[in-house]
Design a protein around this ligand. Structure first.
Ligand code: LLP
Length: 431
């Protein structure tokens, strides 16, 4: 997707230095070709090989109407975790039945929207939520398909903030007998709810198949237990997301690396139990969009602290990419207008926020940077725009979609007017 021509960095056929000129910086640039290739891989390696399987793109990684439309056109489902994401998917024309709703504390208004619009699934996170859904559906004469999210008690190897499958977790039902079995019984008995099965998500940016397999084993034990205890036939399993991508040197694994061992176990277990094989769903976010985008910045102030370090400041930072500050995430940077030049110095690329922790790249080897250069930071497609903030009243950058040399705006840059649009000077301060 990325190439160098005449010393310039190109992305999906577009000269990104030109994009920086045309749209300004900071700028997020998404490659449609890269995203569509991931969908092709998912079709080939998963959907075509397991009847009834679905991919629900985890919108939290990058949620805009344009992205939802791409997902919809690819025939995929979408996983949303808030009323706002649900609204965005619906606004993009997503068929409600292909929307799946996750989240540990869905608000009454969010559940109401989901029930009223008829989303395909609600992934129930706790006992109270089942009651809320049952009540909403009963009042409207509707039915809702639900899965239970469980925390299988495995510890995946990733940053502490993004592992979610261990027992001490705010997500899902713990697998304690006195919690999960009565909860399943209640779901099965609830007249307006169709209980389909179980969901887990153990963490994000994972490269190892073994925690997935451990989680599947735990869930298959549940499948067996609920069949034996209550005669419940589980018809759907959702394995979550979390598949790792390359930021710098990590080696990305094909989807099959994670999925094949799990699918094999699921098949063997259901066959042995003489249950029809279930629908299997996954919820990848990062692995679809993460390396399908880069961020562009313009180099501004350059400051050398003698004998210590050289700071190269850019016009964005933690407001458009919080991940280095929040998770010590490491990225790769390229000077897009000097893409052929060899690295000449090791610098620290910092942002423009009033925080010392506002660092984008620590010890980056770059060609000699000058004010006005365009810096491309790679693999910023997941949890960059979606975690952007207005800290220091910096406007959120624009998003551009590129494909084969064509560029189109997907999100307009915020203006200063946008920043104060919802602000009111209380009348009492006017006198
Ligand atoms: N499904 C559920 C229920 C999730 O909680 C998540 C991510 C996903 C799917 C998608 O996971 P993915 O395939 O993108 O790894 N802000 C953090 C990541 C938090 C992920 C939270 N849940 C980051 O920037 O690394």
């Amino acid at each position: 997707m990325m190439e160098t021509k005449n010393g310039r960095l190109f992305f999906d056929g577009c000269d990104v230095t030109e994009l920086a000129k045309k749209y300004g910086t900071p700028l997020y640039v998404y490659s449609q070709t890269a995203i569509e290739r991931r969908f092709d891989e998912l079709r080939r390696d998963f959907l075509d090989r397991w009847p009834g399987s679905r991919v629900a793109y985890a919108a939290k990684a990058f949620c805009t109407t344009g992205m939802c439309r791409l997902v919809e056109r690819a025939g995929m489902c979408v996983d949303v975790v808030s009323g706002g994401e649900l609204y965005t998917a619906l606004a993009a024309g997503f068929p409600p039945e292909r929307i799946e709703f996750n989240g540990n504390n869905k608000l009454p208004g969010e559940l109401e929207l989901a029930v009223d619009r008829g989303v395909g699934r609600i992934i129930v996170d706790g006992a109270h939520e089942l009651e809320a859904i049952e009540a909403l559906c009963a009042a409207r004469g509707k039915r809702m398909k639900v899965l239970y999210r469980v925390t299988p008690g495995v510890k995946a190897d990733s940053h502490d903030y993004i592992v979610t499958g261990k027992k001490d977790s705010k997500f899902g039902f713990p697998l304690d007998e006195d919690v999960i079995y009565p909860a399943v019984e209640r779901a099965v008995a609830a007249p307006h709810v169709d209980f389909l099965g179980f969901h887990f998500h153990i963490g994000s940016q994972l490269f190892d198949a073994s925690p997935y397999l451990q989680a599947v084993e735990a869930v298959l034990e549940l499948v067996r237990q609920v069949r034996d205890r209550f005669g419940v036939r589980v018809s759907e399993l959702n394995l979550g997301g979390g598949f790792g991508i390359t930021y710098t040197t990590e080696e990305r694994r094909p989807y099959r690396y994670y999925l094949d061992p799990m699918l094999e176990r699921i098949a063997a277990c259901f066959d042995a139990l003489e249950l029809p094989r279930p629908a299997v769903v996954i919820e990848p976010g990062r692995s679809i969009v993460g390396d399908a985008a880069l961020s562009l910045y313009t180099v501004g102030a350059i400051k050398e602290i003698a004998g210590v370090r050289k700071y190269v400041a850019v016009d964005g930072g933690m407001t458009d990419n919080i991940r280095p500050a929040l998770y010590q995430a490491v990225y790769r940077g390229i000077l897009a207008n000097k893409a052929d030049a060899a690295p000449a110095e090791t610098v620290t690329v910092c942002g423009k926020c009033c925080e010392s922790g506002d660092i984008l790249l620590r010890d980056a080897a770059l060609p000699a940077a000058e004010s006005g250069d365009i810096l491309a930071v790679l693999s910023t497609g997941a949890y960059g725009y979606s975690m952007a903030s207005n800290y220091n009243s910096n406007p959120i950058p624009a998003v551009v979609l590129v494909k084969d040399g064509r560029d189109e705006l997907m999100v307009r840059r915020q203006s200063y007017e946008d920043l104060i649009r919802n602000q009111i000077i209380p009348a009492s301060l006017n006198s």
